[in-house]
Write a new protein. Structure first.
Length: 136
């Protein structure tokens, strides 16, 4: 089965560009434009990784990241429009696996997705309620 990427991005053009590149690279990709829809989607669907924009209508990328981390170690790549934001985000210790700054090349994003997935597969972890079992 192809690995699945959830793209959470309200800019329609960027989202569909990313989706095209990921699909061409052999992934399945779903796009969500509104932050408030992510939780319900995750409850009913499986994904391998999330590409998460910081500024979203409905619910911010920061809040989504925090909520996902409460219950899962699903890989997350945050997307932000400002390089300076990355320092602030790192300081918040959101638990995101990587950060990408706009403007980015879709090819770079695909490469980062692959890298993060490789990393997460090699250190597979089971987690529940803040307890993490590192199978290594
Ligand atoms: Ca945005």
């Amino acid at each position: 089965m192809n690995q699945h990427v959830l793209i959470v991005e309200d800019e329609v053009k960027i989202a569909s560009l990313l989706q095209d590149y990921l699909v061409q690279s052999g992934f399945e990709a779903t796009v969500i434009h509104n932050g408030s829809e992510v939780e319900a989607w995750l409850a009913g669907n499986q994904t391998s990784i999330i590409l998460l924009d910081l500024m979203l209508p409905g619910k911010s990328g920061v809040d989504i990241c925090k909520d996902v981390r409460k219950s899962s170690s699903l890989p997350i790549i945050m997307i932000t429009a400002k390089v300076e934001e990355i320092d602030r985000l790192l300081g918040l210790e959101l638990g995101a696996d990587d950060y990408i700054c706009k403007p980015f090349s879709p090819r770079e994003v695909v490469a980062r997705v692959k890298a993060v997935l490789r990393r997460s597969e090699s250190t597979e972890q089971l987690s529940d309620k803040g307890l993490v079992l590192d199978t290594d």
